[in-house]
Design a protein around this ligand. Structure first.
Ligand code: FE
Length: 203
């Protein structure tokens, strides 16, 4: 029998203090080591529960299990994307090549894209994310406003960039001022990584 694999918490691609002053070391440690880790453990726990029920031939509340798996695994996937689409401010760069072109074609200008993405992040209800995604069916970038980790996600849209606007992402640094955190985000976007994700989506 194949050994079944589980999710694991990825290391950050930079030091815990690398995003300062935009995201403090304390905030980043809490977010990665506690919150992200909890989604990894939560997703694995659901997989284990499903497995145990299979082994025992037991009944399951499928609806509850799958709703939870979608939430926990969604949290893990989005946080993993988030860490790698951030970079120290000195390495942030700017949209280039195919990405710069796609954003200009869709939004008219990079400024307009930035404005719409900022509005999406600012107005996400409760806990959630703003995401830039690529729809291969029409060959256009689309902004998504994800509630929790899994609501309003479009099947098969490739995610190019995400911004976590759960309070746990910014509360230590910015208290209730989500707008200040979103402004800071623009200084630490890893545009090379976002470019690469688009190139992969275009292949
Ligand atoms: Fe988070």
């Amino acid at each position: 029998m194949v050994e079944k694999r589980f999710y694991s918490l990825p290391d950050l691609p930079y030091g815990y203090d690398a995003l300062e002053p935009h995201i403090s070391e304390g905030q980043l440690r809490l977010h990665h080591d506690k919150h992200h880790a909890a989604y990894v453990n939560g997703a694995n726990a659901v997989l284990e529960r499903l497995e145990a029920a299979r082994q025992a031939g037991a009944e399951l509340d499928m609806k509850a299990a799958l709703k939870e798996l979608s939430f926990q695994a969604g949290g893990h996937v989005l946080h993993s994307l988030f860490w790698s689409n951030l970079a120290p401010a000195a390495e942030s760069g700017e949209p280039k090549g195919a990405l710069a072109e796609a954003l200009k074609d869709e939004f008219g200008s990079l400024e307009r894209f930035r404005k719409e993405f900022t509005l999406a992040a600012a107005s996400t209800e409760g806990s959630g994310w703003a995401a830039l995604a690529w729809c291969g069916m029409i060959g256009r970038p689309v902004i998504m406003q994800i509630e929790k980790h899994n609501v309003n996600v479009y099947p098969a849209f490739r995610i190019l960039m995400v911004l976590d606007v759960w309070e746990h992402a910014y509360y230590l640094d910015y208290k209730n001022e989500r707008g200040k955190f979103v402004e800071a985000f623009w200084k630490i976007v890893n545009w090379d990584e976002v470019n690469k994700r688009l190139e992969a989506a275009l292949k």
